[in-house]
Design a protein around this ligand. Sequence first.
Ligand SMILES: [Fe+2]
Ligand SMILES: [Fe+2]
Length: 159
Amino acid sequence: MDDGTLGAALEREHHEIDAGIEAFSTGQAQGAAAIESLTGAMQALRRHIYLEEQILFPAMREELAIPMGVMLREHGEIWKTLDVLEGQLRHNGAGAAVRDMSRELLSQLERHNAKEEPIFYTQADSSLTPSASVELQAFLETGQMPDGWVCHAASMTGT
Ligand SMILES: [Fe+2]
Ligand SMILES: [Fe+2]
């Protein structure tokens, strides 16, 4: 779906992030390009979680409080995987352990996105106030996650 809506733009981010991780995990990209593809997708994923937790979810909190709790918990699990991957890359480079962890990240994302897209993204355009829509649209185009930001669940556990 790509019809110029916020829902479509958010879904496109999921696909771009998946593609960046897959290029690494499948061996489709090699050497430095593979690592760049993975680390670029990891950064994009942290920024994506930021925009969901800071802009999208607060605007949908009233109607979707229960599924939002699930999304926040899963963001925490994904965030932990990203931290592990970063540590592995820093200390040991892109070996078999990173490949296994990148596959684990893909399966976490598959389970997460399979709920997030039908529950949140399909309603984003009708639920957001005009000002929240403008804010989200602007962030999607040029926004940056502030340095040092961590997702809600990670901030609660101190990881
Ligand atoms: Fe998402
Ligand atoms: Fe999410």
